[in-house]
Design a protein around this ligand. Structure first.
Ligand code: CA
Length: 259
């Protein structure tokens, strides 16, 4: 796993935040919103609460049979706790009223990954050279795409592209979109804020991924450079996760440790 974040070319502050914890197999990206630096507070709080909750609870989800459901529950609960924390802070501090954050989470376990999101940050997967977007934005323009009023490319350049229809912290409850699916050896996952995918069309993201597959830290820099070269109109954050097959011996060691 490797993450990087950059304020971009036009903004002084960075309202994005991320965490990448390879030892526990999870990564999170959050993109905050709100005036008076409240966006930075919201995304930092979301990352902090989710990271602490996952670090505390994921290691106990060790039973192979129940693990998928357990991990999904743990991730959903972590995002709900972040929602409550941001919402309570927003309600108790007038300077932070109305603040919120998007969030995307990947939690890898065995040969599977739990994928969760709220808002318009995204998770992509490059598999066998093909890029697929695994999350559907909770945004006004995505609703219009789904109903056939806009093409995806029109949505990407729409003046309303930044209007999200779901965010952490804006109300007491949040609906987390979440699923669990199988991974394959060699899969490359990309978590990103809209500062990347607003600036770069999917084919440009795919071309950058394919050209820099060998080193994900270089790849993170290349993606940020590409977003900045395309205008860098927003903060840009990426986390890359490469799935590698583990040896039978390493797996056996893990299973013995979990038993
Ligand atoms: Ca943003």
């Amino acid at each position: 796993m490797h993450g990087a974040s950059d304020p971009g070319k036009t903004r002084d502050n960075n309202e994005d935040a991320y965490a990448a914890v390879p030892d526990l197999g999870f990564a999170v990206v959050a993109d905050g919103m709100g005036g008076h630096q409240a966006g930075e507070v919201a995304s930092a709080m979301a990352i902090d609460v989710i990271t602490r909750s996952l670090a505390e609870r994921l290691p106990s989800a060790s039973s192979r049979r129940t693990k998928g459901a357990r991990v999904t529950d743990i991730v959903r609960r972590a995002v709900e706790m972040a929602n409550s924390a941001v919402n309570e802070a927003a309600n108790s501090n007038p300077q932070q009223a109305g603040m919120g954050s998007t969030v995307v989470v990947t939690a890898f376990h065995g040969d599977r990954v739990c994928i969760a999101h709220v808002g318009d940050s995204r998770i992509y997967r490059l598999r066998a050279g093909l890029l697929q977007q695994l999350t559907e934005d909770h945004s006004l323009v995505q609703d219009l795409v789904r109903r056939g009023f806009l093409s995806p490319e029109e949505a990407r350049v729409s003046p309303h592209k930044n209007v999200v229809t779901r965010a952490l912290g804006v109300s007491a409850g949040v609906q987390v979109e979440i699923r669990d699916e199988r991974v394959q050896d060699g899969d490359l996952f990309l978590l990103c804020s809209d500062g990347l995918h607003d600036m770069l069309a999917d084919d440009a993201i795919a071309a950058t991924l394919r050209a820099n597959m060998n080193d994900i830290s270089v790849l993170a820099s290349r993606l940020i450079d590409a977003a900045n070269n395309a205008g860098g109109e927003d903060n840009v954050t990426v986390v890359l996760v490469r799935v590698q097959k583990r040896s039978a011996r390493a797996r056996k060691h893990d299973e013995q440790a979990a038993a």
